[in-house]
Design a protein around this ligand. Structure first.
Ligand SMILES: [Mn+2]
Length: 360
């Protein structure tokens, strides 16, 4: 079934109308999952809280409606301390998988990601796609069931609608997960969140376990976290209203996203980009204060013919394979980033080098 980016008119739906729509979708979805064969809920390679919560919710829906225990999987690293804590504290059993393991499942559901985005390990057409990222104009894909809502702040909101419309009572852990998913993906509803996400957020807040939320948000980080942070700041440059940073020895791709988020707090900054080599790929994250800066479009521009990229208007990600000649690839990516995000502005260091300061 081919899909197009819907207009934002859906935001005109009332909560009741949205639930009605979701109820119909749940019917279609459960019909597919009831078929013979094991079900896999696959997230992006480096799952974030929205993906983890959505996968947990979809697993619950499939369990209650189809009596089947779906497996939750991902291909990369779940590196961020908060995300690891979320899995542990809320008992989300997600497995790291290889493409060969993924192929053993007959029914595959993608959540919070889409086929051919380069950020998941699926090598065939999925049966089910539930997501809220912008759809690609080219590289169109198809699936038996697809519910993609780019006007939604989080995939967790879609799953909350599904569960509510199906009359499924949420466990405290699941309510906590979905609340945290919406909160983190919309940055406390400040980023691309509509009235439906607001409604879900309010209802879930009442049910969420605040003590567990605090344990997740303040999860301990290893010393290497501060090393990566220090390195990223010493490499950081400002070009016009764009802040660009590199993490030289990046242990996990989540750090790239985290630094991009952090740098957006710089006074006067409109957009931020952070990149670094993690494993055999260069990961890139971009953030913007204003949706008009369309980060997804610029990211695609920056990685064109080198890798894949996409996302939302205010947050986007990209991946460039770098198995061969990583240094040359890195230089190429750096140049592309400067061109796509900084234009003609001159790049100056954010933090002066310690030596330069001493001389001055
Ligand atoms: Mn999301």
């Amino acid at each position: 079934m081919p899909w197009r980016n819907p207009s934002s008119e859906v935001l005109a739906l009332t909560w009741e109308e949205a639930l009605e729509r979701s109820k119909a979708r749940v019917g279609q979805l459960t019909e597919i999952c009831r078929r013979r064969g094991r079900v896999l809920v696959l997230m992006q390679d480096n799952p974030d809280p929205d993906a983890l919560a959505s996968a947990m919710a979809l697993r619950e829906l499939i369990l209650r409606r189809c009596g089947k225990r779906a497996t939750i999987g991902y291909g990369g690293i779940c590196g961020r301390a908060e995300n690891q804590a979320m899995m542990e504290v809320l008992h989300i059993r997600a497995r790291h998988m290889t493409p060969a393991q993924v192929r053993q499942f007959r029914i595959v559901c993608l959540v919070d990601t889409q086929p051919r985005t380069g950020n998941n390990i699926l090598t065939r057409e999925p049966n089910i796609v539930i997501d809220h990222h912008l759809l690609p104009k080219r590289n169109a894909w198809s699936a038996e069931f697809a519910d993609v809502r780019p006007d939604y702040g989080a995939t967790s909101t879609i799953l909350y609608e599904y569960l509510t419309s199906a009359g499924i009572r949420l466990s405290r852990d699941l309510a906590t997960a979905l609340f945290y998913g919406i909160q983190s993906d919309t940055q406390d509803l400040g980023r691309e969140a509509g009235p439906l996400s607001l409604r879900a957020y309010q209802e879930l807040f009442l049910r969420a376990d605040k003590k567990k939320l605090a344990r997740i948000r303040r999860a301990p980080v290893p010393a290497s976290y501060f090393k990566m942070l220090a390195d990223s700041l010493s490499e950081c440059v400002v070009a016009g209203k764009t802040v660009i940073s590199q993490i030289p020895d990046c242990e996990n791709p989540d750090m790239v996203a985290e630094v991009a988020d952090l740098l957006l707090r710089l006074k006067g900054a409109h957009t931020t980009v952070c990149y670094g080599v993690c494993g055999d790929k260069i990961h890139v994250s971009a953030r913007a204060v204003d949706a008009r800066d369309n980060m997804a479009r610029r990211m695609k521009q920056a990685v064109r013919h080198l890798g894949t990229g996409g996302g939302h208007r205010t947050m986007a990600g990209g991946q460039v394979p770098a198995e061969n000649e990583p240094e040359r690839r890195l230089a190429q990516v750096r140049e592309r980033i400067l061109r796509a995000f900084a234009g003609k502005h001159e790049a100056r260091p954010l933090v002066p080098a310690p030596d330069a300061e001493r001389i001055a």
